[in-house]
Design a protein around this ligand. Structure first.
Ligand SMILES: *Cc1c(COP(=O)(O)O)cnc(C)c1O
Length: 382
């Protein structure tokens, strides 16, 4: 089976991990801050707070923005469940803004209309989480401007998008948001095995997230309520979690980070090949926005006919092509249906789901493998 995604681990990655294993610190040593600074520099953000997953990063990002019981969080229905679950973790009410059928990302027009209605009803969200699906940035200029106008905080879920650009700036610069979250799961653009990072230009938010990722505990005397009892002293100032990443993982991340630009270039070249091969086929290929350089975490095709969707998908799997579907609309998951959502709530997301297939896309895919994918896709449509 040719997988839809795969990590790229080289000798230099292995060497870096082994070096940490032989050092004094397996966790909470010097490599984590070096990794945080490395990613911050790469994306042009002031600060990075590394944690054990993007899910954890989303959770502490919401908490740092004071999302709590009774508050409201909006995200896209076409995303991994974690983008919505983080709101539920905080006791907030989660709702969705339907996608733009061209970009598959949160639609700024629908966001505008929903915000105007919510303002009238006195039910504005505290946080919105646009998701850069497949590695293509959302229209952050429009979303950022709306958020400002309505006094809403923005967390970008950029789990797919490190190495991508929007209007010439790296995704993660937080030019239009409060916090941007990356995932370093092995199927994503770069990996630390499990891992994630929250980027921000606010040192107050960074401090808050640092506290929350480790039990709410600080050893920083400036933050303490009184002078330390002695050299052993620490204080718990808030209720936090153990969301720490390890130095072993950070070492892997630092080496992977050096190859992100090359990896994303390769992903774009593979996407170009698909575009050419499918130019006259009975399917739609991803739209390339002139304002975006996609990180191409995923290459999603849309079939013309929903009626053959399942059959084409099954044919491809049977032919050894590890196609996948990103994503089942979150509001249709049983957990969210139990909260009151139903079919028909977000028609563009549901229409997307009825026709979408993710094709294999990863930097180490061989020409031969990609030719096979193309051949089987074309054959499956006949
Ligand atoms: C992978 C992913 C996450 C969660 O990432 P983890 O690091 O596995 O927790 C969140 N949002 C999106 C859009 C993702 O693709």
């Amino acid at each position: 089976m040719i997988p839809y995604g795969r990590q790229d681990i080289q000798q230099e990655d292995i060497d870096a991990v082994v070096e940490v294993l032989q050092s004094d610190f397996l966790t909470q040593g010097p490599t984590i801050p070096a990794f945080e600074e490395g990613v911050a520099q790469f994306v042009g953000a002031e600060r990075g707070v590394a944690v054990n997953s993007a899910t954890s990063a989303l959770h502490i990002a919401c908490l740092a923005l004071d999302l709590g019981p009774g508050d409201i969080l909006w995200t896209s229905p076409v995303t991994f469940v974690a983008s919505a679950n983080c709101g539920v973790y905080c006791g907030a009410n989660v709702d969705f803004v339907d996608i733009d059928p061209e970009t598959y990302n949160m639609c700024p027009q629908k966001l505008k209309e929903k915000l105007e209605r919510a303002a009238k009803d006195g039910a504005l969200p505290k946080v919105i989480i646009p998701v850069h699906l497949c590695g293509r940035s959302c229209n952050m200029e429009a979303i950022g401007a709306l958020a400002k106008r309505f006094g809403v905080s923005v967390i970008e879920d950029a789990s797919h998008a490190i190495g991508g650009k929007y209007k010439g700036l790296p995704v993660g610069s937080c030019a239009y948001s409060d916090i941007t979250v990356f995932s370093f799961h092995p199927v994503k653009i770069m990996t630390t095995a499990e891992g994630g990072m929250a980027m921000t230009n606010s040192s107050a938010l960074a401090k808050r997230m640092e506290l929350l990722r480790s039990h709410g505990i600080t050893r920083d005397t400036d933050l303490m309520t009184h002078a330390p009892d002695g050299p052993w002293y620490y204080q718990q100032l808030a209720l936090g979690w153990n969301y720490r990443i390890t130095d072993i993982q950070a070492a892997l991340g630092l080496v992977q980070l050096k190859r992100v630009d090359k990896a994303v270039e390769k992903r774009n070249a593979i996407a170009d090949q698909y575009d050419q091969a499918f130019a006259t086929a009975a399917l739609s290929v991803p739209r390339r926005g002139s304002e975006c350089y996609s990180a191409f975490h995923l290459y999603v095709i849309q079939l013309r006919e929903p009626a053959v969707h399942k059959e084409v998908f099954e044919k491809l799997r049977a032919a050894g092509i590890g196609v996948n579907l990103h994503y089942i609309p979150v509001h249709l998951q049983p957990f969210y249906r139990d909260l009151g959502f139903k079919s028909g709530d977000f028609p563009a997301a549901e229409a997307y789901y009825a026709r979408a297939i993710s094709l294999p896309l990863f930097p180490t895919i061989t020409e031969h493998q990609q030719s096979k994918v193309i051949e089987e896709v074309l054959a499956s449509l006949e």
